[in-house]
Write a protein that binds this ligand. Sequence first.
Ligand code: NI
Length: 168
Amino acid sequence: MIQTILTYPNPELKKKSASVTIITDSVRELVRDMADTMYDAPGIGLAAPQIGVHQRVIVIDISGKNEPPDLIVAINPIIVHGEGETYEEEGCLSVPDYAANVRRHASVVVKALDIDGVERTWKAEDLLAIAFQHEIDHLDGILFVDHLSSLKREIFQRKARKAAEDKR
Ligand code: NI
């Protein structure tokens, strides 16, 4: 079921998520909801806290519009290795109408459990590497705007405050 995506500055987005200890039906339902919500948005990644669930679960699908879907489900993901550097523009479903360049590792090795509880390793580069780093950040209460320089972050915060005021 499509869920509501929480947006900045909702404090739920700043909370650290807990590890999943056992993959129950409710975790499987969470994953389905997250995939539905991500595809509906549409986005290329979603982390559980973005729909208000503080469990370490992310979904990613970087396949193009004309390609078959390729859903990655990563439970308790950890970056075991990162190297290189990239500085690409990022956006986030929780930070609508804003994008900025963020420094990330160009390639990462990620270990996680898949939906069947099997440990998997992904060697990710470029967009997929960025998506893993961005989504795993969400599990620690970190948004991409938290990586900006203080000047850029201030400009973003001012813009966000003004947008919130305009809505009132
Ligand atoms: Ni995001």
